[in-house]
Design a protein around this ligand. Structure first.
Ligand code: GLN
Length: 439
C-alpha cells in the first residue's frame, strides 16, 4: 500500500520527537505546520500533480529563512527571530510539494566543524565506536543537525550550507551523501550570511541519487541573488541513476597526501581509486601546488566577510537587544551577549585583517592566494575530469577533542580549497574504519 504523505510525516515526526531529542538534532519542530504541508501534498497527489519530492519530509538547516518558522542560525542573537519570508531554496521545495520536517541544529552562524558552537547545545551523532566506548561523537559541522538527522533516519532528506566544508564534512562523519554545489548554483536569498563569496546551499541524503533529486529542486537561477547562475538545471537524478564513468580521468592531487591524515583514510582513498578503475575510469596524479595555503587563506577570507556580514546584528533592527545607557553601550551589550565565543573570535580576526594597517598584508594576500588556488584547479582539470580526495583527515571525533581552535580548523584542510575556487564537491560514504565509524 502506498502511504499517504500524512502517514509518512507522522512516522518521521515521531522519530524526531523521540530520538531527535536525544541527539538534539532539531531546533524547531512544529507538528501542525508539518502535518498541514503533508495534507497539502496529499491533495497534490490526489490531483495527479505530484513530483518526485511531493510529500517527502525535508529538514532544513536553521540558517534558511522559512516563513513563520523560527530561524535562529544556532545563535542567541536570533533565538527569537521568526522569518517573515521563505528563502529561495525553501520556496522551491514548497513548490515541489516537499514537507518541511523541522529546522535543524547547527554551529552558531555556521562557524564550526563539530556542532559544538550552537547556542542550543551540541548535536550528537547516532554513531558509536565499536570498542565499547560510549563517548558521544560529533556529527560534524556546521550542518550537524542535518547530518545527524539523516543518519538516524529522522527524515529522508535535509538541507545544509557549505562555506568551507559544512555539508561535506558532516556527511563524511555520519556516512551519508552530501553535495556542495558550484558557487551560484543555489540561491543564497534568505540564507543567513556567513561569508557571502563562499556560502552555498546544498543537500544531504542517504544516497547520491536522493541528493541529486534534492539538488534538482533547490538549484536554479534567482534574480534576487546577483551571484546566482543563470544556467539551466540539468537532470542530476537521471545522471546519478546511470553512472557511466568509462574513460573518465580521475585526478589524485599529490598535495592532498597531508601528514596527520589517518592511515585508514589514506588506505580507503586507494581503495576508492581501485573502485573507480574497476568501473572503467583511469586515475592520474595531478598537482595543486598552492594547497597548503588554502586553509590559512580561508581563515582570513571567511572571518573578514563574517565580520562585515555580522555587523548588521546591532540590536536596532532585528534579533536580540540588550539595552545600555547610550547607543554605543547598547551595541556592546547586545553583541557581547548575543554572540558566542567562536563567532566573536571570527569577528575579531575579520576586523583585524580588514583594518587599514593590515589589509594588504592579510586580506589582499589571501585574495591573491585564492586566485592561485582557483588556477591550480583549472590547470589540473586540463589533465582530468574530476578529483578523488578524502573529505576530512579524520573520522568523527569526540566532543572536546579539538578544544584548540586551530586543531578544529585543521579538520577543514581538504574541504576549503574547493570552496575558495567555487567548485562543486560531494562526499560519498566509502567504508568503515577499525572502530566501525564511517569514512
Ligand atoms: N568549518 C568551517 C568553518 O568553521 C566551515 C564552516 C562552513 O562551511 N559553514 O568556517
Amino acid at each position: 500500500r502506498r502511504l499517504s504523505s500524512v502517514e509518512v510525516a507522522t512516522f518521521f515526526l515521531q522519530r524526531i520527537n523521540t530520538l531527535g531529542k536525544t541527539l538534539n538534532a532539531f531546533i524547531s519542530v512544529d507538528e501542525e505546520k508539518t502535518l498541514a504541508a503533508a495534507q497539502a501534498a496529499d491533495r497534490l497527489i490526489a490531483a495527479g500533480k505530484a513530483g518526485p519530492l511531493t510529500g517527502v519530509p525535508v529538514a532544513h538547516k536553521d540558517i534558511f529563512c522559512a516563513k513563520d518558522w523560527l530561524t535562529t542560525c544556532g545563535s542567541k542573537m536570533l533565538a527569537n527571530f521568526r522569518a517573515p519570508y521563505d528563502a529561495h531554496v525553501i520556496e522551491q521545495f514548497n513548490a515541489a510539494g516537499a514537507v518541511t520536517a523541522g529546522k535543524t541544529n547547527m554551529d552558531e552562524f555556521a562557524m564550526g566543524s563539530s556542532n559544538e558552537t550552537s547556542y542550543f547545545g551540541n548535536v550528537i551523532s547516532p554513531w558509536r565506536r565499536n570498542d565499547g566506548s560510549t563517548a558521544a561523537l560529533a556529527p560534524g559541522g556546521s550542518s550537524g543537525g542535518s547530518s545527524s538527522a539523516i543518519a538516524a533516519r529522522l527524515c529522508p532528506a535535509a538541507t545544509g550550507t557549505d562555506t568551507g566544508g559544512s555539508i561535506r564534512q558532516p556527511a563524511a562523519f555520519v556516512g551519508i551523501s552530501g553535495i556542495k554545489p558550484t558557487y551560484g548554483r543555489c540561491s543564497r536569498w534568505g540564507v543567513v550570511a556567513f561569508a557571502s563569496s563562499l556560502d552555498q546551499p546544498g543537500p544531504f541524503a542517504r544516497t547520491v541519487e536522493d541528493s541529486a533529486l534534492l539538488l534538482q529542486a533547490m538549484a536554479g537561477h534567482d534574480p534576487k541573488d546577483s551571484t546566482s547562475a543563470p544556467r539551466a538545471v540539468p537532470d542530476f537524478a537521471a545522471a546519478a541513476r546511470n553512472p557511466d564513468i568509462r574513460g573518465m580521468k580521475v585526478g589524485i592531487p599529490t598535495e592532498y597526501r597531508v601528514d596527520g591524515t589517518s592511515p585508514e583514510i589514506v588506505a580507503l582513498w586507494s581503495t576508492g581509486m581501485e573502485m573507480l578503475k574497476a568501473a572503467g575510469a583511469q586515475t592520474v596524479e595531478v598537482s595543486l601546488p598552492h594547497t597548503k595555503y588554502a586553509l590559512p587563506a580561508y581563515y582570513i577570507v571567511a572571518p573578514a566577510e563574517c565580520s562585515s556580514n555580522l555587523a548588521r546584528y546591532d540590536g536596532v533592527r532585528f534579533g536580540l537587544r540588550v539595552p545600555g545607557k547610550d547607543l554605543a553601550e547598547m551595541y556592546q551589550n547586545t553583541r557581547g551577549a548575543g554572540f558566542g565565543k567562536e563567532v566573536r573570535r571570527r569577528i575579531l580576526i575579520g576586523t583585524y585583517v580588514l583594518s587599514a594597517g593590515y589589509y594588504d598584508a592579510y586580506y589582499k594576500k589571501a585574495q591573491q592566494i585564492r586566485s592561485l588556488i582557483a588556477r591550480d584547479f583549472s590547470q589540473a582539470f586540463e589533465k582530468c575530469d574530476v578529483l578523488l580526495t578524502p573529505t576530512a583527515p579524520s573520522p568523527a571525533f569526540a566532543f572536546g577533542a579539538k578544544a584548540d581552535p586551530l586543531a578544529m580548523y585543521l579538520n577543514d584542510v581538504f574541504a576549503v580549497p574547493a570552496s575558495l575556487a567555487g567548485l562543486p564537491a560531494m562526499s560519498v560514504p566509502a567504508g568503515l574504519n577499525r572502530e566501525g565509524l564511517p569514512l
